[in-house]
Design a protein around this ligand. Structure first.
Ligand code: G3H
Ligand code: 13P
Ligand code: ZN
Length: 312
């Protein structure tokens, strides 16, 4: 099946009260772990890569591997640019086979965010590609940009209609208390999301797909494995699964996950090397890493996002 845009996926997800998992990819094993899970559960999926991932693996490899996954699984798969930093990067992805891009103007002044986002939308729509914009700023680290909790700001619901109408975006990423990376809440702090803001946005934009970034849950068993086998990760607290489930039943149609995949891969590799100190064949140690990624993604699709069977 050729790659698809996010348009139809989001329409069905909104109506069905579930969300599509959007998983960050950096290499073949990650792509295979994710798409094997999606295939097993017959779920549509978004594979997304950051500018850093494009630099690491190279654009052509990523596009070719994602196309291979779509062909092999027969699933609706969208290839999405995560946190597009500028027009040129978005254009290069649109010209080079991506079916969806995010332009992240969230750190710009409001009018500049609108102007940049609209420029990307005009180009993308002329080429049949969907666009995600962002309003509000998440805390955490993306690529080399580090936003402190003090500098993060919730999305202002009174801006969303104006932003969506004037830019023409197809979906909107919002800030309601999630953050990038493994350390979302301080030890002892109770995780909280501003569902009141999400509700208000939903009222102002009925039927419009909302995106949640920074949505990893941080599996405590995986953190334990990392630390049991030589790692030194401090206490890490993520977004509770019941909160993500609730958001998926509301206007949230896309949930971004990267850190959970990184943590699973690290746990599997540390355990494998510790138990098999003589191994040096990448197929030996990358197999358990790929398998654990698949397990994580199956759980998310089936139990958290509710998109099992939605590829029909
Ligand atoms: O939101 C950011 C993603 O986790 C991508 O991270 O820029 O290090 O690839 P990265
Ligand atoms: P996590 O760091 O919570 O996995 O978030 C990933 C993300 O938002 C990618 O854009
Ligand atoms: Zn993000």
């Amino acid at each position: 099946m050729p790659l698809v845009t996010t348009k139809e996926m989001f329409e069905k997800a909104y109506k069905g009260g579930y969300a599509i998992g959007a998983f960050n990819i950096n290499n073949m094993e990650i792509i295979q772990g994710i798409t094997r899970a999606a295939k097993k559960l017959n779920a549509p999926v978004i594979l997304q890569c950051s500018a850093g991932a494009r630099k690491y693996a190279s654009h052509n490899y990523l596009v070719a591997m994602v196309k291979a996954a779509a062909e092999e699984t027969g699933l609706p798969i969208a290839l999405h640019l995560d946190h597009g930093p500028d027009f040129e990067t978005c254009k290069s992805c649109i010209d080079g086979g991506f079916t969806s891009v995010m332009i992240d103007g969230s750190s710009l002044p409001y009018e500049e965010n609108i102007a940049l986002t609209k420029k990307v939308v005009d180009y993308a729509h002329a080429h049949g590609v969907t666009v995600e914009g962002e309003l509000g700023t998440l805390a955490g680290v993306e690529d080399d940009v580090n936003v402190s909790a003090e500098d993060a700001s919730y999305t202002k619901p009174e801006q969303v209609e104006d932003f969506v109408t004037r830019t023409g975006v197809d979906s909107l990423a919002i800030a309601i208390g999630t953050s990038h990376g493994a350390y979302k809440f301080k030890p002892g702090q109770k995780p909280q999301l501003r569902f009141d803001i999400l509700e208000e946005i939903e009222k102002r934009l009925p039927g419009f797909p909302i995106v949640l970034h920074g949505a990893s849950s941080v599996n405590q068993d995986h953190i334990k494995i990392i630390n049991e086998f030589g790692g030194e990760m401090p206490d890490a607290i993520g977004i509770p699964e019941d909160m993500l489930r609730k958001a998926a039943g509301m206007a949230v149609c896309k949930v971004n996950v990267d850190s959970d995949i990184r943590i699973a891969m690290t746990a599997a590799l540390r355990k494998h090397f510790s138990e098999n100190p003589t191994h040096f064949d990448p197929r030996q140690y990358l197999t358990p890493a790929r398998d654990l990624i698949q397990e994580v993604v199956e759980h998310k699709i089936d139990v958290v996002f509710g998109s099992t069977g939605a590829a029909e």
